[in-house]
Design a protein around this ligand. Structure first.
Ligand SMILES: C[S@@+](CC[C@H](N)C(=O)[O-])C[C@H]1O[C@@H](n2cnc3c(N)ncnc32)[C@H](O)[C@@H]1O
Length: 211
């Protein structure tokens, strides 16, 4: 698990967050065994946060950028209203096969629609209003995703962006991806269309509410 916190404290917080269930435990095991970058998967704490925020916003339309093996997608789907749906975007046909396998075993799996292809293209075709959006794919496009999403969000809707502390590299950006995250964070902080809070949970999570 990627963490900036003392691992013992992270473990304590994990143990005091609602367990997501056996299907999620199995999906973690399969992701560890069958993928090269299992650490990309959000864990129980962030997963439960996604479910909670989705519920609190009473989301009927959610959009996710970065499906991977479908762990965060399922957490979002669990929080959707009964008629709610999640559109999730990825470019990887292999890891998303695992996602589809697990969604098929979940009572909320049929609320999830996978769009394979660059997220910028998929987002262009979504008209909204979007209640909840989760950004968790290629860091270089975070600001582009933001600028496409904000006008499509409903007032009071929430955008959640993952990895905004980028393992602490935001304090000394060297690589292109480091600089992209720094640019994104500054862009969000200066955007008058939202209220936002940056949480130092896991690798950093920004929650932004559309005003
Ligand atoms: C950090 S992972 C997502 C993890 C996932 N949210 C979870 O918790 O299990 C990022 C994903 O973004 C996908 N990705 C990368 N570039 C993309 C793009 N341009 N459009 C859509 N997805 C992309 C990758 O294939 C990868 O599966």
């Amino acid at each position: 698990m990627l963490t900036l916190l003392d691992p013992a404290i992270e473990h304590y917080a994990h143990e005091h967050s609602t367990p997501s269930g056996a299907l999620f435990d199995e999906l973690r095991k399969v992701t560890l065994a069958e993928t090269e970058l299992p650490q990309m998967q959000v864990g129980r704490i962030e997963g439960q946060l996604l479910t909670l925020i989705t519920r609190l916003t009473r989301a009927t339309l959610a959009v996710e950028i970065g499906t991977f093996t479908g762990y965060s997608s399922l957490h979002i789907a669990m929080g959707l209203e009964p008629d709610g749906r999640l559109i999730t975007c990825d470019i990887d046909d292999e890891t998303t096969k695992i996602a589809r396998r697990f969604w098929a075993q979940s009572p909320v799996g049929d609320k999830i629609k996978l769009e394979l292809g660059p997220a910028l293209d998929t987002l262009a075709g979504i008209s909204g209003p979007i209640d909840l959006a989760f950004i968790d794919a290629d860091k270089e496009n975070y600001t582009n995703y933001w600028d496409i999403l904000v006008p499509k969000m409903r007032k009071g809707g929430v955008i959640i962006a993952d990895n905004v502390l980028w393992s602490g590299k935001v304090l000394d950006p060297q690589e292109t991806s480091d600089k992209a995250i720094v640019e994104f964070n500054d862009h969000v902080a200066n955007d008058p269309r939202v209220d936002q809070v940056m949480l130092s949970v896991r690798d950093g999570i920004t929650l932004a509410r559309i005003i």
